[in-house]
Design a binder for this molecule. Structure first.
Ligand SMILES: [Zn+2]
Length: 140
């Protein structure tokens, strides 16, 4: 019973990273097509630590999936890990932390709002645009 739970948990965690990798690649491929780009060179993804994404697993999932996307086959994934940024409701000061503890480091209250570190999105990517090799074709 206990073992079953652990196995299930592991699979869910792994699928989480795989579906995220697939979603990022789908989006990058779409952007490449929209911009008539040959390929996507790299993509930088901001991942807040509160999302619970295991970056090593995301990288592995990326390597598995990227060959399925024509424009993303050689894409490099750059992960920008965003620490947790809290703002205190009592003293108004900010706390930057890589722990998962929702507490003000100045006055130690737990009455805090999360400013950053709980979201995930594509920050930036670089496209390799198709060159007009035969420009002026038909007029020469
Ligand atoms: Zn405080």
């Amino acid at each position: 019973m206990c073992r079953m739970n652990l196995i299930n948990g592991w699979i869910i965690l792994k699928m989480h990273e795989m579906s995220i990798a697939h979603a990022i690649l789908t989006e990058a491929e779409k952007i490449a097509l929209e911009n008539n780009a040959q390929k996507v060179l790299w993509v930088r993804v901001k991942i807040g630590i509160m999302t619970g994404v295991v970056t090593e697993q995301l990288q592995s999932a990326f390597e598995i999936y990227k060959r399925q996307f024509e424009a993303c086959a050689e894409l490099e994934l750059i992960i920008h890990e965003q620490p947790l940024v809290l703002v205190c409701k009592a003293c108004g000061k900010r706390t930057h932390t890589t722990d998962y503890i929702l507490q003000c480091e100045h006055c130690h209250t737990t009455e805090v709002d999360i400013l950053d570190g709980d979201s995930m999105f594509i920050e930036q990517l670089e496209l390799d645009l198709k060159e007009e090799i035969k420009s002026g074709q038909g007029t020469a």
